[in-house]
Design a protein around this ligand. Structure first.
Ligand code: NAD
Ligand code: LMR
Length: 348
């Protein structure tokens, strides 16, 4: 699996004809599946979990929705099960029922864990959320080792490396199927830029790279569609607003948690992209994944998803001066957060 993972990363830099010219063989890709998938939400009774479950229950792409939490799952499932959509809803509560929740899942979405309060950083959540993600991923490795795993729980910069280590230990690690969810950063970038340039948000697309915390969130305004023609000062202000957007919500909620509704929307869209990819469509998303695009072992960038998971890493492209500075500035924090996650599993 490890050598597969290295080849996958190498192949991520090459297009199919370069792969052929180099005499390399692409990794075996999974066949697309026509079956509507079974999707699990772990942390389904929470602030994100509930609206996410609602959006997935309403999705025509999902076959079964498996809801899991340590408390309150049955009520959420009973409520959702009255909605007249074909998605079958099941629920499981407590660690002894986790296996029931995970069996047969194609995609596992994890928003389990505590959210920030004003004055906290995402890293302040590490002490509680690291072990939650570790234990849930250990169960994924046991009960649905083939599933794609999308991690929302913060600090994402560390929880994704934690999940990778857990899967490596279990011998089930496939880096193409482990995705840190950074789509909310993209939605925010699209929205704030749309407001700034007077365009419809639906027509705006801004790649966001790096990680998911403060300065590690790096929106690439210079690569946005349509072109963003603003002063350097305005570009800096917009970049900082996107980087601080999570904190903006934490402050506004004044002790009652962090972004839940926008996150649920972002996660539902992301989950649908994963499902479309599983079914054979090529979909491009920004996600925080194991990567060799930079010298950081995990990095968020645009990736092309297909039936096997991440099938191509899109190039980072040319940076503006502001972005080049931002890229240098994010490296040490992101590297530290990645190492903290790895050490938690290796030394913990
Ligand atoms: N990636 C992102 O962009 C992003 C955005 C917003 C929030 N988040 C993060 O998502 C996480 C959840 O946020 P929230 O607002 O939904 O919090 P919440 O407290 O409202 O909900 C969390 C849920 O997780 C459950 N839970 C706790 N331990 C569990 C376990 N071992 N197994 C299963 N479920 C468990 C809780 O019972 C609760 O229902 C936080 O860590 C938050 O920082 C990430
Ligand atoms: O800011 C937070 O703590 C939650 C989330 O990471 C966000 O970006 O909204």
């Amino acid at each position: 699996m490890e050598s597969n993972s290295r080849v996958a990363r190498l192949l991520g830099h090459l297009n199919p004809s370069e792969i052929a010219q180099a005499g390399l063989q692409a990794l075996p890709t999974s066949a697309p599946s026509s079956k509507k998938p079974r999707v699990a939400v772990l942390g389904a009774a929470g602030g994100i979990g509930q609206p996410l479950a609602l959006l997935l229950k309403a999705s025509p792409l999902i076959g079964e929705l498996s809801l899991y939490d340590i408390v309150g799952t049955e009520g959420v499932a009973a409520d959702l099960s009255h909605i007249d959509s074909s998605v079958k809803v099941s629920s499981a509560t407590g660690a002894e029922k986790l296996s029931d929740a995970l069996y047969g899942c194609d995609l596992v979405v994890i928003p389990a864990g505590v959210p920030r309060k004003p004055g906290m950083t995402r890293d302040d959540l590490f002490n509680i959320n690291a072990s939650i993600v570790r234990d849930l991923c250990a169960a994924v490795a046991k009960y649905c080792p083939q599933a794609w795993v999308a991690i929302i729980s913060n600090p994402v910069n560390s929880t994704v490396p934690i999940a990778a280590e857990v899967f490596k230990r279990a011998g089930t690690y496939d880096p193409r199927k482990l995705l840190g969810v950074t789509k909310l950063d993209v939605l925010r970038a699209n929205m704030f830029i749309a407001e700034a340039i007077g365009k419809a948000p639906e027509s705006v697309s801004v790649p966001v790279i790096g990680g998911h915390a403060g300065v590690t969130i790096l929106p690439l305004l210079s690569q946005a569609t349509p072109r963003v023609d603003v002063s350097a000062e305005k570009a800096k202000a917009l970049t900082e607003r996107i980087q601080d957007a999570g904190t903006e919500v934490v402050k506004a909620k004044a002790g009652k948690g962090s972004a839940t509704l926008s996150m649920a929307y972002a996660a539902a869209k992301f989950a649908e992209s994963c499902v479309l990819a599983l079914q054979g469509q090529a979909v491009v998303e920004c996600a925080y994944v194991e990567s060799h695009l930079t010298d950081l072992p995990f990095f968020a960038s645009q990736v092309r998803l297909g039936p096997s998971g991440v099938e191509e890493y899109l190039p980072l492209g040319r940076f503006s001066e502001l972005e080049a500075k931002g890229f240098e500035a994010l490296k040490s924090e992101l590297r530290g957060s990645i190492q903290k996650g790895i050490d938690f599993v290796r030394k913990g």
